[in-house]
Design a binder for this molecule. Structure first.
Ligand code: PLP
Ligand code: NAG
Ligand code: NAG
Ligand code: NAG
Length: 423
């Protein structure tokens, strides 16, 4: 009885609402239809871009000094805007349209160290949406050209105020602040969307498919995935994928010298308050979380989910700069953060060297070396930027240490710390 009575009430209630609702005017109907058509078109257009990305190359990189290591480098610089951010901007753009945050008449804003801005400029202009990048005054010229060349517009400011300015400008103009740091973890794929011709954009899903499909690779399992974090979005998407499917892969975060991420992960992603130790420039472009920035809060100022990270390590920034030059001399064309990934992978391999058991490690080439012509390839810049730790002389010492690791499997961080001190 009672059930019937409440059903009756519900029916009456709904009826009242429908009765009281005035039907929308015809032009509003028309506008809604146009918006819906635009949305359908934009989402279809973005899936075309997913196909254009295809599968970026998976490079096998044998290391003479570490013969038990199978090292695979996923070359994310082989995308139209030349960085790992292409895949990521695709996910953000699709998410923002699906969630109704970006509509036909939106403008978009982002704070970026350059690569995200170029990729978002590309994705939003593909769907006819204006894009404004808020970037540092010191941004590399090659990255500026990449943003402008992909129809982005530039707003330059101090590095420390980028995020605030992007947020305020978006609010003032009624635009959408894409906010890669807060939103990467909401937008990035960590599941396999699979069939119907719509393959997931998850980078690790792609790696596993490539290993599976290559008859020359007998061992399909990946023991370690090693990667750095800027927003943390990429490594989080991989960590979630690995955990969701119970894969036997350890996810290792490599952190920069002055970043708070190392402590953040060890403290289980608890809010890390501004550190009393300010970071010392230059850091590593695109990665790390500066101690002097706002507290690192998951889903707000960072997308790094510490729960899916198994190990974390730090690499000295000068070693990264040295690795960049040494790997480049050996034909690897990645930028500084890619070098840091490589060094992280070598360090993991060295830790496993005693067992002599075969191990496979996957890491990413994040962006191309050409972006760093004016700074990391420039001796004058190196001498100034790394003056405190011995400049070019110390960098060359680290290069020899890294070369020896590659050729003879000698320890890298220990030897560098011992032999390459300034003075
Ligand atoms: C060159 C480079 N490497 C690595 C990263 C880090 O990627 P994520 O933001 O997904 O952590 C970035 C991010 O901007 C980058 O520009
Ligand atoms: C949105 O953009 C379309 C096409 O660019 C234009 O015709 C329309 O007037 C705009 N609507 C609003 C509400 O600004
Ligand atoms: C994000 O952090 C800022 C400052 O740290 C705070 O003002 C804001 O309310 C936070 N937003 C959310 C959604 O947590
Ligand atoms: C090299 O770096 C110095 C110091 O930062 C700078 O003044 C100079 O313009 C740079 N040279 C090139 C070719 O980028």
């Amino acid at each position: 009885m009672r059930v019937q009575w409440s059903l009756f009430l519900l029916g009456a209630f709904c009826w009242t609402i429908v009765d009281n609702m005035s039907s929308p005017p015809a032009d509003q109907d028309h506008l809604q239809k146009e918006e819906q058509d635009w949305r359908t078109w934009a989402i279809g257009r973005l899936w075309e871009e997913r196909e254009r990305i295809g599968h970026t190359p998976l490079i096998k990189y044998p290391v003479r000094g570490l013969p038990f290591l199978q090292l695979y480098l996923k070359d994310e610089s082989a995308t139209p805007t030349r960085s790992l951010k292409h895949r990521f901007a695709w996910a953000l753009a699709l998410w923002s349209v699906v969630e109704g945050l970006v509509t036909r008449n939106s403008s978009t804003y982002e704070s970026s160290s350059g690569n995200t801005a170029a990729a978002e400029a590309y994705m939003y202009s593909a769907i006819g949406i204006p894009f404004y990048a808020v970037v540092s005054r010191n941004l590399e010229q090659a990255k500026i050209d990449n943003i402008l060349g992909n129809n982005g517009q530039l707003i330059k400011t101090d590095d420390s105020t980028r995020g605030q300015l992007a947020k305020e400008t978006a609010a003032r103009t009624g635009g959408f602040y894409v906010d890669q740091h807060g939103n990467a973890e909401k937008a990035e794929d960590f599941t396999e969307s699979g069939g119907y011709g719509h393959e997931s954009g998850n980078v690790f899903h792609e790696v596993l498919a490539q290993l599976r499909d290559d008859p020359e690779i007998p061992r399909k399992a990946v023991d370690y995935f090693v990667h750095c974090a800027g927003t943390g979005g990429t490594i989080t998407s991989v960590g979630r994928y690995v955990d969701r499917y119970n894969l036997p892969t350890k996810v290792v975060l490599v952190d920069t010298e002055f970043s708070v991420y190392y402590d953040y992960v060890l403290k289980n992603g608890h809010k890390i308050e501004t550190s009393p130790t300010p970071s010392t420039p230059p850091g590593v472009p695109g990665v790390g979380y500066p101690a002097e920035a706002a507290p690192a809060i998951f889903g707000n100022t960072t997308s790094l989910a510490s729960a899916v990270i198994d190990e974390v390590m730090k690499i000295p920034d000068i070693a990264t700069a040295a690795g960049f030059r040494e790997f480049h001399a050996r034909g690897l064309r990645g930028g500084p953060s890619s070098a840091m990934n490589m060094l992280g992978a070598l360090e993991i391999a060295l830790k496993n060297a005693k067992s002599r058991r075969e191990i496979s490690i996957v890491t990413l080439l994040n962006d191309p070396a050409e972006f760093y012509q004016n700074d990391y390839f420039n001796d004058t810049w190196i001498n100034t930027a790394f003056a405190d730790c011995g400049g070019l002389k110390a960098l060359d010492c680290w290069r020899r240490v890294i070369a020896s690791t590659l050729d003879r499997g000698t320890p890298f961080i220990e030897n560098g710390m011992k032999d390459c001190k300034s003075n």
